[in-house]
Design a protein around this ligand. Structure first.
Ligand code: SF4
Length: 326
């Protein structure tokens, strides 16, 4: 069977797991193309206007997979990956949103519930409800999950070695380490915070990573840090945020700021993102306390690339002048 995986949302965090899982069960995995204007337009057309752009993109990518003729589109219901915390409600309701809101997709959705209390999503029981559709036995599901977990752990190890998600994915695929630029060659280091699907979808982030690289700026992102390190940073909070990925970002932001590991912090957020309205404010307050410049960039489907380019260049110029002035 052909299983479609939209190149959106948690594709950028769990794709090595899901791809390996389906392939281990002898199914062909089809991943939608890199985001383009057509995918975005379809997502906008099929979604309610007020929803955030990452969800609109997920819808657009799912549509493309249907057009490519897949038998199923994988839309997991992500509920939790940390005890007592949850995903943003849009993740929890994603299969329903797709089923009831998107024309012609209901019969093609392949879904299961992920309710882990850790980053790893490798309890095979989550995937057992898929056994019938995937024509697999319990034992086969179990083995496929083991293989998937192994691959995903290697991917996470690469991320924590400081590789970006595309680099880590390439290394997992080719089983070969990429060369990294010597960090001492950079004069500036930025903390680049945002959900993986905002940072690594070059259409949403408008090639922000490349822009920083062209400006010779080093950057660090939240998924390059270990889970325990991130958690330690927010231990002092009597009440954490409700949403796990927001807590990961907050932990990373606090680490970069508290230890003065970065010269500036950029938070990329999607218009209409509820969790980020808390997160961005908390980051801004801590950045101000630490005297580290902070910039929030809010993107939506109308954001213009020139506008973004100007803001980034101005921010980087300011950081360089600040550094020279001591
Ligand atoms: S966390 Fe924000 S950007 Fe992500 S799906 Fe939820 S509302 Fe959208």
């Amino acid at each position: 069977m052909k299983i479609g995986i939209p190149r959106a949302l948690l594709y950028y965090y769990y794709i090595p797991f899901w791809k390996t899982f389906f392939e281990a069960l002898n199914h062909e995995v089809i991943i939608s193309d890199e985001t383009n204007k057509g995918i975005l337009n379809k997502g906008i057309q099929e979604s309610v206007a007020e929803i955030c752009v990452p969800i609109k993109l997920f819808v657009g990518h799912a549509h493309q997979l249907i057009k490519k003729g897949v038998d199923y589109v994988f839309v997991p219901r992500m509920l939790s990956i940390y005890q007592g915390e949850y995903f943003c409600p849009k993740f929890m309701g994603l299969p329903d949103m797709m089923k009831h809101g998107v024309n012609g997709i209901a019969e093609k959705i392949l879904t299961c519930h992920i309710t882990s209390d850790e980053d790893s999503i490798s309890d095979y029981h989550y995937y057992l409800p898929l056994a019938k559709q995937l024509e697999a036995t319990e034992e086969q599901i179990k083995k496929a999950v083991e293989a998937a977990e192994k691959k995903w752990r290697i991917f996470r190890m690469y991320s924590q070695m400081g590789y970006t998600v595309p680099q880590a994915l390439e290394m997992v695929e080719n089983n070969q380490l990429l060369k990294k630029k010597d960090k001492r060659q950079y004069d500036l280091r930025i903390g680049l915070l945002g959900y993986v699907y905002n940072i690594y979808d070059s259409f949403i982030s408008m090639d922000m990573l490349e822009k920083l690289q062209e400006m010779d700026v080093d950057f660090v992102t939240f998924e390059m840090e270990g889970e325990q390190i991130l958690r330690k940073q927010i231990d002092f909070m009597p009440k954490k945020l409700f949403w796990t990925f927001s807590n990961k970002l907050l932990g990373a932001g606090y680490k970069f700021l508290n230890n003065k590991e970065v010269d500036g912090l950029i938070h990329i957020t999607a218009f209409g993102c509820g969790p980020d309205s808390f997160l961005s404010k908390l980051l801004e307050i801590r950045a101000e306390e630490q005297g580290i410049p902070f910039m929030m960039i809010r993107v939506d489907e109308h954001t213009g690339e020139n506008h973004l380019q100007t803001r980034i260049e101005a921010f980087i110029d300011m950081l360089r002048r600040k550094k020279i002035a001591g």
